[in-house]
Write a protein of this length. Structure first.
Length: 322
């Protein structure tokens, strides 16, 4: 008789040790571009922050977030509210001591829709403008589910990321490597252009250094690969397309009851991945990740609003989109 693998056991974590009402003072250690090329469509920075002497030191975990309180007031004269940022560091921190955490920040630069005046994201530009030695107000940590399990080697992993959604996976990769990981893991990284790839050199180096890690890129606004076949309209690849182009490699992971799936990035990406999983896997295999009600219909009919009532993630599927 086949015995199903038990659900992953997540570690207990500490949360909200620093409240927004009384943020702690930390200091920026470094700020560097995350992209290999200065020709990237956006400006994304890896900002490392020294939290020693604050309750964040030694208490955060890869997959959690922390808050940043930008200075100044909003248009109504009220102090700016905190913004949450994913921690892009392993649990041991950037320094191995748990006192320096990092995050991945994309500058928000846009136009107001009504009068076309320039719009600058308050906190993203504040963080990206900071230089080593500058103070920053922090809160947290936050989050208790988007985590690796306690026994990391009891599972295999498929990570799907778009843009700055790669941040928590940078920390998780560090935890896997530091923990003597003995399973398998794959990261599918999606961006519009090759120049937008984040941590590309790190990822490529890791895939060369260890046998257990596979790094797959999905570039959406460059020419399509032949593997997409007719009817693709010449478009590039989205993260869910890698479930087709690399079906054999990814199916061997996803069909195992050991496997956990993590999705992080822009809202809406999860629907395409869920549809692709439904095509790749048998109903029994899909049920390990997603409960599908009869009312949901066929995968082509699924809509994002069906999550989580008609499309219900199990404890083997982790979704964090924004």
């Amino acid at each position: 008789m086949k015995t199903s693998m038990p659900d992953p056991i997540l570690p207990a974590v500490q949360q909200h040790l620093i409240s927004p009402a009384e943020p702690a003072v930390a200091r920026v250690v470094s700020s560097e571009l995350c992209t290999r090329s200065s020709k990237a469509a956006g400006y994304v920075r890896h900002v490392a922050i020294d939290v020693s002497g604050t309750p964040l030191a030694g208490t955060f975990r890869a997959g959690q977030s922390f808050g940043v309180v930008p200075p100044g007031v909003d248009a109504k004269g009220r102090p700016h509210k905190l913004r949450l940022y994913s921690i892009a560091s392993p649990t041991r921190g950037e320094d191995g001591e748990g006192t320096i955490l990092a995050t991945t920040v994309k500058r928000t630069i846009d136009e107001h829709w009504d009068d076309h005046s320039l719009f600058l994201g308050v906190c993203s530009n504040h963080l990206c403008d900071l230089k080593p030695g500058d103070e920053v107000l922090v809160t947290g940590p936050a989050g208790k589910r988007f985590l690796l399990p306690e026994d990391v080697s009891a599972h295999d992993y498929v990570f799907f990321a778009t843009g700055t959604g790669s941040a928590p996976f940078r920390g998780m990769r560090g935890d896997l490597e530091a923990g003597g990981f003995t399973g398998r893991a794959a990261l599918v990284m999606g961006v519009p252009y090759t120049t937008d790839l984040l941590y590309d050199a790190e990822l490529a180096a890791l895939s060369e250094r260890v046998d257990w890690f596979s790094y797959l890129k999905a570039i959406s606004r460059e020419s399509a690969e032949p593997a997409l076949g007719p009817g693709s309209g010449g478009r590039g690849l989205y993260v869910q397309d890698r479930l087709r182009t690399h079906a054999e490699e990814l199916a061997s992971l996803l069909r195992s009851e050991r496997c956990l799936v993590y999705i992080c990035g822009i809202a809406g990406m999860e629907l395409g991945i869920l549809r692709a999983l439904a095509v790749m896997l048998s109903p029994d295999e899909l049920a390990g990740y997603l409960g599908v009600s009869e009312e949901a219909g066929q995968p082509a009919d699924w809509e994002r609003r069906m999550i989580p009532r008609r499309l219900t993630p199990t404890k083997r599927l982790f979704i964090e989109v924004y």
